[in-house]
Design a protein around this ligand. Sequence first.
Ligand SMILES: *Cc1c(COP(=O)(O)O)cnc(C)c1O
Length: 428
Amino acid sequence: MTQPYAFDTLQIHAGAKPDLATGARQVPIYQTTAYVFRDADHAARLFNLEEVGYIYSRLTNPTVQALAERVAALEGGAGAVCCSSGHAAQIMALFPLMGPGRNIIASTRLYGGTITQFSQTIKRFGWSAKFVDFDDTAALEAAVDDDTRAIFCESISNPGGYITDLPAVAAMAKKVGLPLIVDNTLATPWLCRPIEHGATLVVHSATKYLTGNGTVTGGVVVDSGNFDWSASGKFPSLSDPEPAYHGLAFHKALGPMAFTFHSIAVGLRDLGMTMNPQGAHYTLCGIETLSLRMERHVANARRIAEWLEADPRVEFVTYAGLPSSPWHGRVARVCPKGAGALFTFAVKGGYAACVKLVDHLKLFSHVANLGDTRSLIIHSASTTHRQLTEAQQIAAGAAPNVVRVSIGIEAAEDLIADLDQALDAATA
Ligand SMILES: *Cc1c(COP(=O)(O)O)cnc(C)c1O
């Protein structure tokens, strides 16, 4: 796609063209494991990365590739690689950068599963994470040491819908010569384009808004193509001859596509966190309406947050789209089309009232998910965060008196009526 099409056109057309064999207009589900080589020379050229083509679906598949190209186009990146989940995308983003003894600096405001992945699981690879409040850029800079290989945050963060000052964090990453990785799941490229703020890599859980209707588990890593992997000597997998791929020096050979090709040729080949073609097809269908859905998600979220904030049964609402939010001033700069549709609110009556609220809602579903067309709610203190102490719950934005909502695209007045009757039952 060479012409500078607008977002609404790219979300339908990028990465897709009528099928060469059949003319099929929608991207077919290429449900195949392998691809026949034209001859032995063709096979050798593919394995040498001298020619781009399909070998085996753990590495690449035409349906999955269409999705990778579409998300890369929407994020303004050079290339992308699809993965089996958002969590797989995070490991795939770190994999070419890290090694035993290396660390990342991560924001304290992250999806709960990411905090567990970074504080516990990556230790088994000899990697570690230091968690810092990213609103304190001095503390962020002070945390960087010689073994740091990346800086990681969410554009709009879970669970409170806080907004990270991406231009400030990107300036800091640039100053210390490290790649900035931004999880853009909650914003989607319609609300925020982290690469334009200076991010190196963007990761997504495609499970959420990109697919949009709670049908698949998937992830994507987008590379900006802007980072000089050879400048510091800190990223030998990309700058030096890679022993895991017959000595190919990816950055020298492939320039801005180095990270993407390394992620396919080494990452997917050896870690196997591959997206399946059927999942890619569902996500491609979902993305076609991304901007339309996000507009409605944001409009509904704003209306419901305002209604909740004015309600005497509610103590506070954390939505950054409200003028009362400490993060409100960042909306225009970081995500000008809106502050997303995920936030928390505190119910008068504490833990007991929250439990009653989730049990009395009829339209909202009590589930551990977000970014669905359907409105969702979770009482974190009694579910995802129940192993934590109360102090840890409060620090995580999941205090016992707080519920998290993911506002869907139903009629706002129906959602408000549902909340109204459940709040009555909860606070009676
Ligand atoms: C859900 C989520 C993830 C993890 O994605 P999965 O697809 O569930 O593996 C990562 N980051 C954020 C912000 C998420 O909401």
